[in-house]
Design a protein. Structure first.
Length: 268
């Protein structure tokens, strides 16, 4: 049986309040071999949730961002098969470590449950705003327990508020956007999981990211889909739920999504 989404949200919320908030602005950061940042808070949050999830749902495996690449590959090999018993959790214990370690109050925890090659449950929690985004496959999305529905904006792409991460885009595409931006204005907040959720909530109208990992997007992608939003990859290939990084383009409604996708693929 799938875990109760309310219980999962509670576990994530309590862990974030006790492991992340007390350490905010108080921990040093260290650079990992891949160039990303790591703090004591990342490790404490991952250890806490790993233990609590295993105690309640021992049949599921666990894949955390702060595991080694070898451990992550082993989890996928062991738990990526068919059937509920093959399910596994995917956790980013602190999405937005750069923000967190610099004292910027924009970061989140992202937790997804994958079964049979699909994301079936997702939670993204923002402890600074006390906002819990959640979704269960086929049952819709919520924000703090209230239904979350991506709404038709009625605006053209030229007036849209875009969230764009330029750092990881192909250089030619980044230069094209900078020189001829098709949207009204642009932001980047530094937490991929929240990017997806903020599109679902209508805070961004369109979104673009060139390279994100499974733990970054698994929960957020389900939340956006269950809220009625739209997403794809830059090359139009099906987004594989694997350790291979992927691109993402998203929009709140079908009209904006078509305009954004066509422009990015050279039609605009």
């Amino acid at each position: 049986m799938r875990p109760n989404i309310t219980l999962v949200e509670t576990l994530v919320r309590e862990a974030a309040r006790e492991e992340l908030l007390p350490r905010f602005r108080k921990v040093a950061r260290h650079q990992k071999p891949d160039g990303s940042w790591l703090t004591e808070a990342d490790l404490a949050m991952q250890a806490r949730l790993h233990a609590e999830l295993a105690a309640r749902w021992p049949a599921f495996g666990f894949l955390g961002e702060e595991m080694s690449a070898q451990e992550q590959a082993r989890i996928l090999m062991t738990h990526a098969g068919e059937g509920a018993e093959a399910g596994y959790w995917v956790l980013d214990p602190l999405d937005g470590t750069s923000n967190y370690s610099a004292g910027l109050p924009v970061f989140s925890v992202s937790l997804a449950l994958m079964c049979g090659g699909r994301v079936v449950l997702g939670v993204v929690y923002d402890p600074m705003l006390d906002e819990s985004f959640a979704a269960v496959e086929g049952a819709g999305a919520t924000l703090n327990g209230e239904p979350l529905q991506a709404r038709t904006t009625g605006i053209d792409l030229t007036r849209a508020l875009a969230c764009v991460d330029f750092k990881r885009l192909p250089p030619a595409l980044a230069a094209r956007i900078v020189s001829n931006a098709p949207y009204g204005s642009q932001r980047s907040i530094g937490s991929v999981a929240l990017d997806w959720c903020w599109v679902a909530a209508g805070r961004f109208h369109v979104y673009l990211h060139g390279r994100q990992s499974l733990w970054d997007y698994a929960a957020g992608a389900l939340i956006l889909a269950e809220a009625g939003g739209f997403s794809d990859t830059l090359d139009g290939e099906p987004a594989s739920l694997s350790l291979k990084p992927r691109s993402a383009l998203c929009a709140t409604d079908a009209v904006l999504f078509a305009q954004w996708r066509d422009w990015l693929r050279g039609g605009g």
